[in-house]
Design a protein around this ligand. Structure first.
Ligand code: FE2
Length: 344
């Protein structure tokens, strides 16, 4: 499989391509779509819609939205206009009565990001219904889905037991007409809590093709992972691991790093200082927890230069995981800015 970590700035958009071979069909899958905020797309960042167009991709066999935060879902709306999407998987559906409805974004202090993201999400759900695109709620229950003869995805049961209620609680903030009564104190308090907990509820996905494995946990950080999940990870051979929550200082803990023991660690997100993305302590911790240094890659301008052996600006990091041979790391380059390609 070929994995494109597209530089969408502050967000995730990860394209997976599995080629047709023997009688197995090719598959094109996208995990998250990135933000739609205009200000985010300074050079060399690129909207996922533009990137897919440049690659000649007009059809997605599957779109997976890891969790309903703006930086993971917002470009889904324009994408539905330019791409045929066969199916969308989400971690939590909103009640159908709420699809298309909007909540006053300033109505609850400390829940603004969740509310603005839910507004985007409800528009996505409505638009998908209008286009006849099935939106399917998937739970991390350990199920494996065969996406082609060779490519599968496993939805990991990665959360501690106390974190499992997020989806049900999210549903309950809507009344029977799909409205959110933000003047109700109990609703306000719940929105503030849900705002804090949304990241942890991300889907955790392991894609496998010909024995090569990719682990994506959205923004669900190491401290949220159950001991059962850590145990399962420790028995796997993960080639590529996207650092959760854009490499913030809470992204991974020692137990998590050791359990994953990846060959390549990718961080996605922008590296300005406002969000502490690409946080040096995260890389330091990973390196110190393992008895080797994985290859560190970052989709945007780097903050922790010391850990990255490629200093160029890229539109996307592309990692090819061929069967039985070394990973190949390529860069979708900006002319004159990129100086090197490497094999790992
Ligand atoms: Fe995020």
């Amino acid at each position: 499989m070929k994995i494109h970590f597209v530089n969408v700035g502050n967000g995730d958009a990860i394209l997976l391509q599995s080629e047709a071979h023997n009688n197995s069909l090719a598959r094109t899958i996208l995990v998250d779509t990135g933000t739609a905020r205009e200000s985010e797309y300074t050079e060399p960042r690129i909207r996922i819609s533009k990137y897919l167009k440049a690659k000649g991709i007009r059809k997605l066999d599957l779109l997976i939205l890891s969790h309903p935060h703006d930086d993971h879902i917002a470009m889904t709306i324009p994408l539905m206009d330019i791409c045929e999407i066969s199916e969308i998987w989400v971690n939590h559906l909103l009640p159908e009565a709420a699809w298309g409805k909007q909540i006053d974004e300033q109505s609850v202090k400390d829940a603004e990001f969740l509310i603005s993201s839910l507004n985007v999400y409800s528009r996505i759900l409505k638009m998908a219904r209008e286009r006849g695109i099935p939106v399917i709620e998937k739970k991390g229950d350990g199920s494996t889905y065969q996406l082609s003869d060779f490519l599968s995805v496993r939805l990991m049961n990665h959360l501690k037991i106390e974190d499992h209620s997020f989806g049900k609680r999210l549903q309950k903030i809507f009344d029977s007409n799909g409205n959110v009564l933000t003047e109700d104190n109990a609703v306000r308090e719940e929105l503030i809590l849900l705002n804090r907990e949304c990241n942890a509820s991300s889907l955790a996905l392991i894609f496998t093709e010909n024995g090569r494995q990719l682990l994506l946990t959205g923004d669900s950080c190491g401290e949220n992972w159950s001991s059962g999940f850590l145990q399962e990870l420790s028995q796997m051979d993960i080639d590529v691991f996207k650092l959760p929550h854009h490499g913030q200082n809470d992204s991974i803990n020692e137990e998590g790093a050791v359990a994953v023991s990846p060959k390549i660690v990718v961080t996605t997100g922008n590296s300005d200082w406002k969000s502490d993305y690409s946080y040096p302590a995260s890389y330091h911790l990973i390196k110190n927890s393992l008895n080797y240094s994985p290859q560190f890659l970052f989709s945007d301008k780097k903050r922790s230069e010391f850990y990255f052996n490629v200093t160029s600006l890229v539109r996307a990091l592309i990692i090819d995981l061929p069967e039985g041979t070394d990973s190949i790391v390529e860069f979708d380059e900006i002319p004159d800015l990129v100086t090197e390609n490497r094999r790992s």
